[in-house]
Ligand binder design. Structure first.
Ligand code: GLY
Length: 372
């Protein structure tokens, strides 16, 4: 019997396990339906795009901001704990405009973000090409977000897996949960395809697969997969310093010379194929940003399933009327960015049994309030 059973071994589940251990929880078990960290967290690009991807100053923006601010400590601690450098890069993000329409969007963002005192800079095409000489000469103008960073998400997963191994966190892979076991309003554990697991408390970090799990006497909101197709290109030496995006796509330069390019946003169910149409979309947006990339070799094409809930926001916290079940899912485009803050609040909530201040905006209460 575990003190805490975590369902899902992606970035969210692994980060929660680490935070629980740091709060002194002794018996933690993770059940993963496949292999640890091989779904959306592995497929991600590791962009910590707080300012480049949010559209207003609201609770979600603040949540993203707070989580991004945890990354320097998260990365330093993981290095000390595991010896793995997760390659946090704080060189910033450029957002480019290639048309009058793009510039309208960029200017809206510049307006609300500069009005609240965020670090944001407007750049001319000449300034942009001085910073990043391989950017297309067709660029109109752009914004520079000094505080939008990147992390090597696959190394982050490796570090978290290492932490779990070193800290006696029990992991069961290929253990697909099919149902929650409960006695009235108290969860006792879960049933997998192979066996039952019992625990004092259960945390769902189940990503896009949340709605596969049967519940009796209560319902979980429906989370659905949104596919993102990506590819990577190889350069002999690093051509870009910063993450670069347009309103249609992005490129993320890695230290080893790879350039990740993404991504489609497709509502196609649990289909992880990469398609010609998806590839053409990503390729077109990539060469719009930097035409010279057209001749590089493609090293990898892949896709991942982002967990999406109806209002586009994460689902965090206590499941109503169930004493000991917490959920942390639906991070959609921001699973990597939101991992450290999610882990902090869910672990605290699991250990101290209190509601967090985030419950109001990202918990189940909003579902009733907004009739979702
Ligand atoms: N955060 C980037 C993406 O989901 O494509």
């Amino acid at each position: 019997m575990s003190e805490i059973l975590i369902i899902g071994g992606g970035i969210i589940g692994l980060s929660i396990a680490r935070s629980l251990r740091k709060l002194g929880v002794k018996k933690i078990t993770i059940l993963e339906r496949g292999k640890l960290g091989e779904e959306a967290s592995f497929a991600a690009a590791g962009m910590l795009a707080v300012q480049a991807e949010t559209n207003k100053n609201d609770a979600f923006f603040n949540f993203c901001n707070e989580s991004r601010n945890l990354f320097p400590k998260f990365a330093d601690e993981l290095l000390a704990e595991t010896g793995i450098d997760v390659e946090l890069e704080t060189s910033g993000t450029l957002c480019l405009s290639f048309s009058e329409t793009d510039s309208i969007e960029l200017n809206k963002r510049f307006k609300w973000q500069s009005a609240i005192g965020l670090k944001i800079e407007k750049l001319t095409s000449t300034e942009i090409r001085k910073m990043e000489p391989f950017v297309s000469p067709n660029v109109f103008e752009g914004l520079f977000f000094e505080n939008d960073w990147q992390v090597e998400n696959r190394k982050l997963l490796a570090a978290l897996k290492h932490f779990a191994e070193n800290n006696n966190i029990e992991v069961f892979e290929n253990e697909e949960v099919i149902a929650v076991l409960n006695e009235k309003n108290r969860v006792t554990g879960v049933e997998t395809k192979n066996q039952n697991f019992f625990a004092d408390k259960v945390i769902f970090a189940t990503g896009a697969w949340t709605s596969f799990i049967k519940t009796v006497g209560f319902k979980l909101p429906e989370v659905k997969p949104i596919r993102g197709q990506m590819m990577s290109l190889k350069t002999a030496k690093r051509l870009f310093t910063r993450v670069i995006c347009s309103p249609r796509g992005y490129i993320v330069p890695r230290r080893d010379g790879r350039i990740l390019a993404g991504a489609t946003v497709e509502d196609v169910g649990f289909d992880k194929n990469t398609t010609l149409e998806g590839f053409e979309f990503v390729f077109g947006n990539t060469i719009e940003i930097a035409p010279s990339l057209a001749n590089l070799g493609i090293t990898e094409k892949w896709s991942g399933l982002r967990p999406f809930f109806a209002d586009g926001l994460p689902l965090l916290g206590k499941v109503p009327n169930i004493e000991n079940l917490l959920i942390a899912t639906a991070h959609f485009r921001n699973g990597i960015l939101l991992a450290p803050k999610t882990a902090e609040i869910i672990a605290k909530q699991a250990v101290n049994n209190i509601e967090t201040e985030y419950e109001k905006d990202f918990g189940f209460l909003r579902l009733q309030k907004n009739a979702i």
